[in-house]
Design a protein around this ligand. Structure first.
Ligand code: NAP
Length: 358
């Protein structure tokens, strides 16, 4: 059934968050536009908008015939320092909202950030002495550290005062979902690693810390995040608030790691006293991946486009267990749930079905 009143603009629609959100909006009958620099994903019904958020003139041209009612901001660009992250990533939000402002069509803007809100930016990520209280809760005050998430939030608050739209902020934990060629993707990273282990007979070695291996954790299925984005942007009591979002179950990696290894039919190895980063484990595997891709006729023979080991290392290497409190959105009626094991296995199955892994 088509939802004729609402027009969604998903910003970053080829990414892990944006593509899954676009699928959810379309499934719920929304007219949905998807913006990115290379909007070449194959989502049926998604209306592509090719634009670079860094270029206001280019944005203006690309959006000239479009007046969205709901804007979902699901993008970021990775820079060397947090100061640069702040400068660039706040500009992405500002440029878009400046271009949309004169149209007066926007009713709600939803922004996806994440747990770096509580854990600090990559360059000072969960450093000893700065560990937050877990489970993390939305009312946790901002850390006294530069953080591009805070800068993006501030752009939304400012534009909301100027233009009168409502807003919501969404803070997922590590996102599990199907995407190819995006910046941070634990599902594709582990799928590629396990496929290399399978092919070479190597063990599937836990790359993280003792605290993450033994502790309680949670993750965020991109589909659950998508449902929360749509819910918050259409629910009166959820307006102008920030929400954590995870699958709604908790697990220990020492349990899940072995289950994932079993799915691929590889032998797993747990924490053995030292952190053994995946980035190092995979550093010489480009040629191996190329030969696997050739042998099985896979679509992507560039390991770097599938694996974001640096990010998986950061998340699994934290010196403390991390999980989120979900009470805030649950109390307001958002109760979607997903089994984390299913999240990973569904991504693995889709990567296989799309000929990305053997
Ligand atoms: N992935 C995770 O595990 C995770 C976990 C927690 C929080 N988060 C947060 O979630 C938010 C969204 O990240 P994501 O992981 O979904 O991103 P992503 O998968 O890397 O996708 C980024 C999207 O933005 C587009 N894009 C990048 N630069 C652009 C530009 N200059 N102009 C127009 N489009 C541009 C990309 O397409 P093109 O390259 O074609 O332009 C792509 O569609 C970020 O704040 C991130 O920190 C992510």
């Amino acid at each position: 059934m088509e939802n004729t009143e609402n027009i969604a603009l998903v910003v970053g629609a080829t990414g892990i968050t944006g593509s899954n959100l676009a699928e959810e909006l379309l499934a719920q009958g929304w007219k949905t536009y998807g913006l990115s620099r290379n909007p070449n994903n194959s989502i049926t019904g998604l209306l592509p908008v090719k634009a670079d958020l860094l270029d206001e003139q280019n944005l203006m041209e690309a959006l000239k015939d479009l007046s969205p009612t709901h804007v979902y901001f699901t993008t970021w660009m990775r820079n060397d320092t947090e100061e640069e992250n702040i400068q660039i990533n706040s500009m992405l939000v500002r440029n878009l909202l400046n271009v949309l402002s004169p149209k007066k069509s926007v009713q709600h803007v939803a922004l996806v950030t994440g747990l770096k809100h509580y854990l600090g930016p990559f360059e000072s990520y969960v450093k000893e002495g700065k560990l937050p209280e877990t489970p993390v809760r939305e009312e946790h005050p901002r850390l006294p550290l530069p953080n591009f998430y805070y800068a993006q939030e501030d752009e939304i608050y400012k534009a909301s005062e100027r233009d009168g739209f409502t807003w919501s902020i969404h803070r997922p934990h590590t996102v599990v979902g199907y995407a190819v060629g995006n910046l941070m993707n634990i599902g594709a990273t582990l799928a590629v690693y396990a496929s290399i282990c399978k092919e070479t007979g190597r063990k599937f070695i836990w790359p993280g810390s003792e605290a993450q291996w033994n502790g309680i954790s949670d993750v965020t299925d991109a589909g659950i995040l998508a449902k929360q984005l749509v819910w918050a942007s259409t629910t009166e009591s959820a307006k102008n608030q920030a929400f954590n979002i995870t699958n709604g179950d908790v697990f220990r990696w020492k349990w899940l790691w072995n289950r994932l290894a079993d799915w691929f039919g590889v032998e797993s190895e747990g924490f053995n006293g030292t952190v053994r980063p995946l980035e190092k484990e995979l550093e010489n595997d480009q040629e191996i991946w190329k030969s696997i891709a050739e042998k099985y006729g896979l679509k992507e023979n560039n390991l770097d486009r599938l694996s974001s080991a640096w990010h998986t290392d950061l998340d699994l290497g934290r010196p403390l267990e991390v999980m989120c409190d979900l009470s805030k959105s649950r109390k307001l009626g958002f109760t979607a749930y997903k089994s984390t094991e299913d999240s990973f296995i569904e991504v693995f199955k889709r990567l296989r079905a799309e000929n990305i892994i053997p």
